[in-house]
Design a protein around this ligand. Structure first.
Ligand code: BEZ
Length: 229
């Protein structure tokens, strides 16, 4: 707590706060759920709403790609797990998916408050009592339980699952090879040598490195190392 008694905001580099919750796959302790995996914790406003239905179907279809990268998905909204269970049937019917990851039932907003997911903007994104639902938050958490990326989308804007996967690819590639990734990078594209790596050392590690400017050095990843996995 700071001097104003407000909890510290969650930032990149914060440890993901632990919690216990009911989910569609049974009760969890979040840190145990993370285990030694990467995790995408994402909230959506409400069950049985149109944009959320398209998003959950898309995440379900892309789950094998997340699994291949050692990433577990877990959703959340301020509805009960019984409601989630009924809604999952619709999601699978509409999108042709087989949604297998847990969705947290956070009817009392305990976790939404802990992770600052409550909607402060959209007056239509409220329950029957006028209490705000959640925005579309995404937390990318690494196996050390460190928050590595935070995204916040309004209720009106569906996310881009390919972008969430691309962020995972960038983080895992960066961790493994001491590189960064440029605008619109996708796996297979050239990467940028991390500024902390001296050029002499970089030439040894990345023989095909191009020095465009002393501060902008690009390279393909070594051929046998194109995947971070
Ligand atoms: C939707 O998922 O379509 C949605 C949910 C809450 C507010 C606006 C849109």
């Amino acid at each position: 707590m700071g001097s104003t008694d407000r909890p510290e905001p969650l930032r990149l580099g914060s440890i993901a706060p632990n919690f216990q919750a009911q989910t569609t796959k049974g009760p969890i302790d979040f840190h145990e759920f993370i285990g030694n995996n990467w995790v995408i914790l994402f909230s959506h406003p409400e069950d049985f709403t149109p944009v959320c239905t398209t998003e959950l179907g898309a995440f379900a279809k892309l789950e094998p790609e997340f699994t291949r990268r050692g990433v577990k998905l877990i959703g959340l909204s301020a509805n009960t797990i019984d409601s989630h269970g009924e809604w999952i049937k619709d999601i699978n019917e509409i999108s042709g998916s087989n949604l297998n990851f847990p969705i947290i039932g956070d009817k009392n907003r305990q976790i939404a408050l802990l992770y600052d997911m409550i909607d402060h903007q959209d007056a239509t994104n409220v329950d029957e009592k006028g209490i705000a639902f959640t925005i579309r938050s995404v937390f990318v958490i690494d196996p050390k339980k460190v928050i590595r990326t935070i995204l916040s989308y309004p209720a009106s804007t569906g996310r881009n699952t390919a972008e969430v996967l691309r962020i995972v690819d960038s983080l895992q590639t960066g961790d493994k090879f001491k590189v960064t990734t440029p605008i619109n990078w996708v796996p297979g594209d050239d990467v940028i040598v991390h500024p902390s790596v001296k050029t002499e050392q970089a030439k040894d590690i990345f023989p095909e490195m191009k020095i465009i400017k002393p501060y902008l050095r690009t390279t393909p990843l070594p051929k046998d190392k194109t995947s971070a996995a």
